[in-house]
Design a protein around this ligand. Structure first.
Ligand code: ASN
Length: 331
């Protein structure tokens, strides 16, 4: 008989593990299921893989922070060093894109790694979680999923964890990768890849095996009448780096640029200029305001924040930080 692949599932919480009080409720529900409950709810998984699981956290993903990410990194690394063929992370969709991007930059393995969530709680009519989890295990069990970096699966679509972004608080097809598109799709629960294995431009590796805390990086959002005093406040709160969700292609106010220059010169706090626009990128030509100013390229603020945290943690000089961001598309 054919040996089934070994897949380990790491539970983080989220809507996929949530329960409402009526079957029409799709907001205001609470986390209430464990990863064990989820696995036991899909008996046919027994035919797909030998499963093991670990509950790393069990919260809405708005509550996840860098400590959770480091804990998840350590658990996946340990499992990949052992005898498994792939891994799945069940996760709230609100911050899947940060976790998947972080794992893309830190997990040194070609084994399949799939992050999965749901948009409807488990108690809802047409809840999407169990089908998404079934498909995630299928991806993690397949040789064809290797060397692709972390993948995100929801609504029959397989997305690159590097590129994908949550676009809607309710739509089942909330994850999009804009111009980069999806990597594959499910048809009758079979994986159909659009592309052979590939990693995105800008994919880098950071060794965090000795890290027990990531540096604080704060995001500031641009708006008409922007108060530049927020930059000082962020530094007072302990920011070791800043990310600006700037206007358009990374624009910020002149006064704000001067304050950012000042905190760079006084405290060595760099600023990555990203964009509040959903698509597009920030070119270097738009951010040559001072030595510590860096262009995010195509990275949105939440992904730029993760990359800056990893660069600062690795003790990169400003030249190395700039190089790191310039290897990302458009940076
Ligand atoms: N759809 C979801 O998973 C949203 C949820 N609130 C979360 O934990 O991110």
């Amino acid at each position: 008989m054919k040996q089934l692949p070994k897949v380990k599932i790491f539970g983080m919480g989220g809507t996929i593990a949530s329960k409402g009080t009526t079957n029409s409720q799709t907001a205001g529900y609470k986390v209430g299921l464990t990863v064990k409950d989820l696995v036991e709810a899909i008996p046919s998984l027994e035919d797909v893989a030998h499963l093991d699981y670990l509950q790393v956290a069990n919260v809405g993903s708005k509550l996840l922070n860098s400590s959770h990410l480091l804990k998840l990194y350590a658990a996946i690394t340990e499992a990949f060093d052992g005898n498994i063929d792939g891994a799945v992370v069940t996760h709230g969709t609100d911050t899947i894109e940060e976790t998947s991007f972080f794992l893309d930059l830190t997990i040194k393995s070609d084994l399949p790694l799939v992050i999965v969530g749901a948009m409807r709680p488990s108690t809802a009519i047409s809840a999407d979680g169990l089908m998404n989890l079934y498909q995630a295990v299928k991806i993690a069990s397949s040789e064809t999923s290797k060397e692709r970096g972390p993948l995100v699966v929801l609504n029959d679509r397989i997305a690159s964890g590097f590129w994908t972004t949550k676009m809607s608080g309710f739509a089942l097809d909330t994850f999009r990768s804009g111009e980069q598109g999806y990597l594959g799709v499910f048809q009758n629960n079979q994986i159909e890849w659009y592309y052979p294995p590939i990693r995105p431009y800008g994919h880098q590796y950071f060794d965090i095996s000795k890290t027990d805390e990531l540096p604080e990086v704060i995001i500031l959002y641009a708006y008409q009448g922007l108060n530049p005093g927020l930059i000082y406040s962020a530094v007072e709160l302990g920011a070791k780096g800043l990310v600006f969700a700037g206007f358009g292609a990374g624009h910020w106010t002149d006064e704000g640029n001067n304050v950012a220059k000042e905190v760079w010169e006084k405290y060595g706090v760099p600023t990555v200029y990203s964009h509040r626009t959903v698509e597009g990128s920030v070119p270097v030509a738009n951010v040559n305001h001072f030595e510590g100013a860096v262009a995010s390229g195509i990275l949105n603020p939440q992904k730029a924040r993760i990359l800056l945290q990893l660069c600062i943690n690795a003790d990169y000089s400003i030249v190395e930080i700039r190089e790191s961001f310039s290897s990302v598309y458009g940076g």
